[in-house]
Design a protein around this ligand. Structure first.
Ligand code: PAD
Ligand code: ZN
Length: 367
């Protein structure tokens, strides 16, 4: 079948919307008609060459839609089901899956690094040329083919244009606070970067009961958004030294939890330098994979500070997504406030321009 899709030809080029051929789903695969796709910074890291992914490909990893067709052997979903696309495939039985950490499953690493589905082939072609998949998701297309294990069935009455936000930004941010850092009531957090991910780390810290939540950004509009999601203090890092400002806001003690949701080694180090003794710094932003971050051994040993990372909110993806949907329905999770702009799919490059200009909390394209 034919599908309009945004092709990523190579790093540095804008996405190119073309009509591609989508092959029928093979055994264990699902054809999805996308309703919405999220505009996340991770795809942008790939577009700029900051993060490697096989190409040419169809990017996009935040998506929601309706099952159009299933391949042989598929039992988890059927045509007409509403789903969220999960961008990290998991097998359900390996060491990591059995320990509640499906994002670390080797099946997800395989599909992400090869750009192929599990049988080693691809379902997209442009004028006969093979186009790769991205993370087994490829949501920047009217139709995509994903492994059955990447389809998360959701209730039909949950709005798909809101559900899409749960596919990456919300679970990654809220999960970094709740699952990875395990933020405690009464504690202090600082969040570097108040974009789609950072705002959800702020929201997760507030849900967990943090008493003081400091938002750091270089864009005043983002600091306004941060207030909506529960930040109590604000640092404009374009005007002052962020580490000094955070120390001043904590009477020199530092914070219990520091999160980086930007994607640079410098800001990971700044976040780490905000910690109190025994504090934990969580890197969520995707730093260029060839880069390193150095921290003083003194801080690790004599102050027992921790530096760790969090992938996909360190979540049990299926259960946690259902939990987040229940929280939204109960008025305990802000999603409507997060979705500050929708674009038609044809305007996907403009959507990325506006993400980089800092004009949105989170945005989506609709099909
Ligand atoms: P975004 O562009 O919406 O937000 C980034 C924010 O950082 C913006 O508000 C910027 O103004 C702000 N910023 C930029 N530079 C600075 C600075 N020097 N100091 C303070 N603030 C600054 O991006 P996003 O929220 O979609 O993504 C954030 C990162 O998280 C990005 O690196 C993305 O790839 C990563 C991510 N990680 C995972 C994961 O599983 N670990 C999942 C999804 C996204
Ligand atoms: Zn994402």
């Amino acid at each position: 079948m034919k599908s309009k899709a945004a092709i990523f030809w190579e790093a540095g080029k804008r996405l190119d919307i073309q009509e591609v051929d989508v092959e029928k789903p093979h055994t264990g695969e699902v054809l999805v008609k996308l309703v919405a796709a999220g505009i996340c910074h991770s795809d942008y890291h790939v577009m700029t060459g900051h993060l490697f992914a096989p190409f040419p490909s169809i990017l996009g990893h935040e998506g929601s839609g309706i099952v159009a067709e299933v391949g042989p052997g598929v039992t988890a979903v059927k045509p007409g089901d509403h789903i969220i696309v999960m961008w990290r495939l998991s097998c359900g039985i390996c060491e990591y899956c059995s320990n509640g950490r499906p994002a670390l499953c080797p099946a997800g690493t395989q599909i992400r690094s090869t750009g192929q589905l599990l049988d080693g082939t691809t379902r997209f072609k442009y004028k006969g040329q093979e186009i790769k998949h991205f993370a087994g998701a490829s949501t920047f297309s009217e139709y995509t083919v994903i492994p059955e294990g990447s389809a998360l069935k959701i209730p039909q009455d949950f709005p798909l244009e809101i559900a899409v936000l749960l596919g990456c930004g919300v679970i990654t941010g809220v999960g970094a606070a709740i699952n990875c850092a395990k933020v405690k009531p009464g504690s202090t957090s600082v969040v570097f970067g108040a974009g789609g991910i950072g705002l959800n780390i702020i929201q997760g810290s507030a849900i967990a009961g943090a008493a003081k939540i400091i938002a750091v950004d270089i864009n005043a509009k983002k600091l306004d958004y941060a207030k909506t999601f529960g930040a109590t203090h604000f640092v404009d890092a374009s005007k002052k030294n962020a580490v000094e400002a955070v120390r001043a806001l904590t009477d020199g003690r530092g914070v219990d939890y520091a999160f980086e949701a930007i994607g640079s080694p410098e800001t990971v180090r700044q976040a780490f330098d905000c910690l109190a003794k025994r504090g934990m710094c969580v890197a969520v932003g995707v730093v260029p994979l060839t880069k390193e971050v150095a921290v003083p051994i003194m801080a690790l040993v004599f102050e027992e500070k921790t530096l760790t990372g969090s992938l996909y909110g360190s979540a049990r993806i299926r259960q946690d997504t259902m939990m987040l949907m229940e929280m939204y329905k109960a008025g305990k999770l802000k999603l409507d406030e997060l979705l500050t702009r929708k674009y038609p799919f044809a305007q996907i490059n403009e959507a990325y321009d506006n993400l980089i200009k800092g004009e949105v909390a989170r945005s989506i394209v609709t099909f």
